[in-house]
Write a protein that binds this ligand. Structure first.
Ligand code: DAK
Length: 259
């Protein structure tokens, strides 16, 4: 599953995906975007994987889309590149298991957009996030204008988008752009702790929670509630529901199988 610039390790139900192109601060070129597609596709077929941590090697999470690759794009090439990145980020957003972004450093432009496509974002105190595309005379192209506004609200999103300002981890936390800030040396341990906790829960239930939230925020409350009821009902067709409730009655830990 390892790719030239994307490394994967699976241990105890948790996959760690590391973008490792340190010479360009992990900037996303077409090859990395395609590699992310292949990696998440393979992980999706592995039932033993219950949660994914996505991070960057070295001092960056991802410092953006690859400016050098984009520099000579025609509008048609730019559109294709944008759609390609958006598709892969949407695959990560819809990935059946939770994906935790371990934001270890710069998460700029496409890097911030990649972090926002994950379910939660845990940041190192050294992280810097932002959408500096306006400095380059372009808009975000991998979902930044859409996911940032959904995450932090439209006016704070516009402030970041219009100014291209980078924010540190504490400011990102106050904005709601990241969910926790931890010391750099504790970042992966904290993400593993969360992933391990998730890995011990009913996998179908966790996956349905993700689907319900993702679908619910894109629709009105009435439809969201109807969808929630449907997923809730479907959990009663699983052995995990029987096991989870029986374990409660028996006063013992549940042994979930994902069925
Ligand atoms: N692309 C390519 N190379 C990059 C890069 C990037 N985004 N960011 C850094 N690098 C490279 C640098 O060029 C340098 O390589 P060499 O020159 O040594 O060969 C190496 O990484 C180390 O970077 P620095 O020497 O600059 O390192 P510093 O610590 O001094 O500075 C920095 C770190 C993160 C502040 C700085 O590198 C920086 O400002 N980088 C650019 C950040 C940025 O603007 N990110 C947003 C990129 S734009 C769209 C599709 C997608 C997008 C938009 C539209 N459509 C198709 C419509 C997405 C756009 C973006 O993400």
């Amino acid at each position: 599953m390892n790719e030239r610039w994307v490394k994967v390790e699976v241990a105890e139900g948790v996959a760690t995906v590391t973008i490792d192109r340190q010479e360009a601060l992990n900037a996303l070129n077409t090859e990395i975007i395609d590699a992310l597609h292949r990696v998440f596709h393979s992980l999706g077929k592995d039932d033993s994987v219950r949660a994914v941590i996505l991070t960057g090697a070295g001092k960056a999470f991802v410092a953006g889309a690859d400016i050098k690759e984009m520099a000579d794009f025609t509008p048609a090439q730019a559109r294709a590149f944008s759609r390609r990145g958006q598709r892969v980020f949407s695959e990560i957003e819809a990935f059946a298991r939770p994906v935790i972004a371990a934001v270890n450093g710069f998460a700029l432009g496409g890097g911030c957009e990649l972090a926002m496509a994950c379910d939660v974002r845990i940041a190192s105190e050294k992280a810097k996030l932002g959408q500096p595309e306006v400095n380059l005379g372009v808009t975000p192209g991998f979902g930044g204008t859409q996911r940032l506004a959904r995450l932090v609200g439209r006016s704070k999103a516009k402030l970041l988008l219009f100014t291209g300002e980078l924010v540190g981890a504490e400011r990102a936390l106050a904005l709601g752009l990241v969910d926790e800030v931890v010391a750099p040396e504790s970042l992966l341990a904290r993400c593993r702790e969360i992933a391990t906790l998730v890995a011990g829960k009913g996998p179908v239930a966790v996956s349905y929670c993700k689907q319900a939230v993702n679908a619910g925020v894109e629709t009105d409350l009435e439809h969201g509630l109807a969808y929630e009821s449907e997923l809730f009902a479907q959990t009663f067709a699983t052995t995990d529901q029987k096991e989870g409730m029986q374990a409660f009655v028996d006063k013992r830990p549940a042994r979930f199988t994902g069925r």
